[in-house]
Write a protein that binds this ligand. Sequence first.
Ligand SMILES: C[S@@+](CC[C@H](N)C(=O)[O-])C[C@H]1O[C@@H](n2cnc3c(N)ncnc32)[C@H](O)[C@@H]1O
Length: 469
Amino acid sequence: MLEAPKFMEYLPLFINLKNRNCLVVGGGDVATRKIELLLTASAKITVIAKSNSVAIDEFSNSNQVTLKKREFRKDDVDSYYFVVACTNDKKVNQNIFRACEDKTILVNTVDNPELCTAIFPAIIDRSPVIVGISSGGRSPTLARIIKHWIEQRLPSRLGGVAEFIRERRGKVQDSISSIAGRQNFWSELLNGIFLEKLLRNKIESADDIFHRQLEVFEEEKILGEVFLIGAGPGDPELITLKGARLLNSADIVFYDNLIDQKMLELIRRDADKVYVGKKRKFPGIRQEAINKLLVENARAGKRVVRLKGGDPLIFGRAGEELEALSKENIPFEVIPGITAASGGASYAGIPLTHRDVSQSVRFITGHRVYDHVNLNWPELAKDNQTLVIYMGLAWIKEIMEQLARNGLDPKTPAAIIDKATMPEQKVVIGTIANLAQKAKSALINGPTIIIVGIVVDYRSEGSKDSSQA
Ligand SMILES: C[S@@+](CC[C@H](N)C(=O)[O-])C[C@H]1O[C@@H](n2cnc3c(N)ncnc32)[C@H](O)[C@@H]1O
């Protein structure tokens, strides 16, 4: 699959063309369709064409457009806001484009994305709600197919809903003074039966609900809420549906290290995104400061998301964040995620338990406390279990030696999974006697999990990963 460009070639903007001068150069069928579209936006249209369709003559006769039957001249574009070039002569189209570029006038050249500073999207019109879809000029057909998908899902009465709200915005503004309060009011209303009623054109009952809710709305009680969402270990598709939905509804998102850019794209454009990641040797923002930010933003009435790698409740200091929220009586919810052990084991094809050889699995942190890995080694060195060691790469040699010293057979299989579930995932297989050396030779640099136990021998071929180092 080809990689799509990471930047936006075109910024979607909705332009108000009402009574603005627009020029269409060309008089064929394509020009006619563009004129029809511009007329729906109430633009003031001039058409320059040597010859033209009957429809354009009719637009001209009914004074909907000004028609000039002649060739295009460079200075024709001078007084226009937006120009559409749709002649069947490539050279003329190029001249129109250049003339517009010289004067920084927006120009669309039909069927030639190279000669466009603005492009027409496929449009779903539920005015005043409008959806524009663009493939950046790559494939108008693809854009039309997407339009069809969306069209089937968008209720036809959406425009009426927007109008209903517009008519009552003033009333809400008068009753609720804060922006956060008004946002909360509308979002509560639109998430309930009210929207249902409007979409079924039950205007009177929708109006009743609106007034009742406005009456009982208590501004002082506005308190935001915090969602701790597990992002999974790396592959952006591993977030839960609920996590993705809530991410898209957040006002502000505090996110960790290792969160994929594609996942950040699930966040609403107008929401704030704040990086609060920590790395080994780069502690970043202090935990207390993160706790404070969560509390303060929720107090301001915002819908706050704390997006954490893997599962929030596994080695994620979520406990401290939840404690801070509880103490301040801030409502919160934890949305679980796939922890690195599950994601890594699955993508590497290693079962974490096996009825014959491993009846339990332990998640362990290899992070040093006071300069040594402080664990109950005799317990960990027992047979018939699987160990998954998080944050263990820096101390892998010490960890493996401790396991052997405490009685685990040096031939016990072990694996290290680097950047689990990401495109660069690497899996190194060995034993507890040689894994540290093998990881070093394979230039593993983390994040990693280490899996120790006979289960590693049960690794399935044909798992998603193919990168055994
Ligand atoms: C602070 S802990 C957070 C764990 C996270 N809450 C979870 O449930 O996976 C960070 C450690 O998780 C492990 N980890 C996280 N993402 C990983 C990945 N994609 N591949 C391998 N290990 C990962 C590494 O051991 C890393 O040092």
